[in-house]
Structure formats: C-alpha cells, structure tokens
Write a protein that binds this ligand. Sequence first.
Ligand code: BES
Ligand code: MN
Ligand code: ZN
Length: 456
Amino acid sequence: MEGKAGTSLLLHGVSGIEADRVLLVGLGKEREFREKEYRSAIATAVRQLNETGGFDGTVFLTDLPVRKRDVSWKIRQAALVAQETLYRFERLKSKKEAVRRPLRKLTFCVARRNELAAAELALAQGMAMGAGVELAKDLGNLPGNICTPTYLAEQARQLAASHGLGVDILDRADMEKLGMNTLLSVARGSHEPPKFIVIRHLGGPVGAKPVVLVGKGITFDSGGISLKPGAEMDEMKYDMCGAASVLGTLKSIAIMQLPLNVIGVIPSTENMPGGAATKPGDVITSMSGQTVEILNTDAEGRLILCDALTYVERFEPQCVVDIATLTGACVIALGHVATGLLANNEGLAKELLDAGQEAYDRAWQMPLWDDYQEQLKSNFADMANIGGKPAGTITAACFLARFTEKYQWAHLDIAGTAWRSGKDKGATGRPVPLLSQFLIDRANAARETDGKRGRR
Ligand code: BES
Ligand code: MN
Ligand code: ZN
C-alpha cells in the first residue's frame, strides 16, 4: 500500500493483533494533512468498515494530529462525518439497497486518558448535531408532494412532542389577522394551505432573551407567474432547506439540552402560478406597514421572510438569524463551498463566521452597505422586491434589512450549500452544524458571565 489519500486496505488475521481484521487507510502526504484530509480519512474508514460485514470497529485516526485542532474538534468532526457517510435516503424506494450487515458500533480512540472527558462531551455534541443534520436532510430530500407546509407543521409538532419543546402553528386566518400580507401574497397561487410555525426550546433562565432562528419554508418554488424555466426545476423542492435547518438545529440543541432560550420560526408556503396568484406589478402592504411592489414573483423568499422578521419583534430577541435558499446569485458568487453571510451587527457576524470555521460548515461575509439600497427603489411603493442583476445576494439582504432594524440580525444565504446537484443529488443538512456550534458557543458565553456574576 502506497498510502495515497482515499485508498484503503483490509487485512485479515494479522498476527499479534486481537482484532479479526485491520483496515489501513491512506492519508496522503503528512504535511498536507489538514481538516479536509482528516474528514475524508474518517469517511473512507467508516465507508469501508460498513462494507466489511463487521459488527463494530475502533477508529484510531482520531488521535492523528490535525494542525490547530484539539481532541474535541477531532471527535466532534469524526462523529459528524461518520453519520454523514452512513446516511441513506431510501424511504421512497420500493426495494431498499441497504447494506446486508451494517456497522452497528463505532469506537473512537483518544491518545491520553486526560482527554477523555473533553472527548466524551465532543462526541455527544457531534452525535446531536448529526441527528439534526439527518432531520434536515430527510426533510430537504422529501419531494414537494409529500413535504408540504402542512407536513412541515406536523413534523414540528412531532419534534416538539418527542423533545419537550413548545410549538404553535398559525394558519391562514391567523396570518390574515396579523396582517402578514406579503407572506400570504406568495401563497395565493397554491392550493396547499400556508403554515406559520413557531417552535421553542426554553432551556435558559426564565425571562432570558431568546435567540431567534427564522427559516425560509417554500416547499416548492415554481417562480409563480414569473415562472422558472423547466430545466432542474425539480430542485426547487429544496427551497425549504432553511426551514429544515431550523428544525434540525432545534433537534440538535434539544438533545444537548443547551441552557439557552431559542425560538425557531418558519413561514411556509408553496410558490405557484394560478388564477388567484400575485402578478408582477401588484403592490402589497407588509405586516410592518411598508409597501412592496412585486416586480418578480420568483423573488418570493424575501416576501415570506419579511413578515416573519416583523413577527419576531414580539420576542424581544437577543439576536435573529434567518436561513434561506434565497438567491441564485449566491451560487454564482460563492459556489457550493461557503454560505453567504450578511449582518447588521459585526459582533454577530463574527460569531457566526467563527462557528462556521469550528464546525467546518463555513460562511463568508458580504457587505450590507446602504449604497446597495438604491437598487430597490420603486416608483409606486416603498420598495421593489428585486434590485436588478448586480449583487443579487446583497440586494436581497438589503430588502430584509428594512425589516430588521429593531434588533441584531444576520442572514445566511444557503442557496449554494443546502444541497448538491448531479449524480450525488441530495440535501446536505447545512448549516445545522454551524448553527448548533453558534448556539453551543452562546450557551458557554452565558454560563461564563453567570459564573462571574455569582463569584462577585
Ligand atoms: N429559491 C430561489 C433561489 C435559488 C435559485 C436557490 C437557484 C438555489 C438555486 C429564489 O426564490 C429565487 O427564485 N430567487 C431569484 C431572485 C431574482 C428573481 C431576483 C433568483 O435568484 O433568480
Ligand atoms: Mn423564487
Ligand atoms: Zn425561492
């Protein structure tokens, strides 16, 4: 064996070794061994182990040195990557291709006993994040005829029931009473009833201000009257991946029992053409009172998010993060590697960027300068819902920024990162790791300030 990255070799009956089989994994050049290489070595090991027919395996790769990464990072990542590698979405196939004798148990090794406590915590965190990622992937992969707004609401109810969370589902009549007209304007073309989901994890002190996560829940985006072209339109079933990441993150932090108050909010509807659908040129009054000229019905994400962002003011949030497959322009700008990040607060932006680095679920910041606001000018309303070709991701965020002036806010554009196209088409579960890490870090920070207060 040469040791090339991605290669492996299974040995049987190695003398002097207790295990029946030994799997060697190629790691490539030592000085090129970084985070990415570590993750793929774990993936190779888990994939091969799963196919050996063995019941359990012990992984020693976790005590390899990875530059600037400690044992917690290595274990958390190993747990995440292992779950990622073993994920299959087969519930809609009549014949399952499942491995005959799948791996049932994995043990990760650390080099020193004094690393055990940190490693065990990291393992629990990695498993919790993995469960959240799995939920987000399942919901993302389900097609629009199954994963409707009603289905998402039902999933939120079940998640709440099984994990001790609070949940409220608002229906069309409730939204009408609240004046959520931009959200409802998107729902007009569809026969599926829209839902507005609120799910609460109140693990923090009573009365402590919550972190609010808002996820775009378009269960299918046809574009509406501004109909999308046919090619790859099926992928618009993924337009609820922001919503899925909110539910996934709530699951992950509920499992970890994070001592933090977190509220997830999901505006959900289809975007369809139809006789009652909103037309280009229509002017709608949003819940905030600001009026919007709809120049393109395919820019619907911002229309459902803006009412949700107004609604969340009632929670007096510590901060609000929205997550949305918002713009094709973000795919052009950052490809499928980095999530787009825009924020009205630099401290919050930094926290999210750092969490993304730690979770290896990275984001990259774009400017939210006022200069871009001009592009949203309308002759007939307070603003238009599109800002033209240039800087499409930024003008979409500029639109949202007009509804978030009352609190600290950040926006994650996951259009390029929430799913993969082509041969390996499927949801990625991103940015559940980033968001979970962000909340772990917030919980730790809160614990530290409480500790200091106690000592005084
Ligand atoms: N859901 C799409 C964004 C999208 C497009 C995500 C392609 C992933 C891949 C969104 O609702 C949309 O249609 N945005 C338009 C905005 C435009 C009309 C200003 C877009 O990006 O083309
Ligand atoms: Mn659209
Ligand atoms: Zn959309």
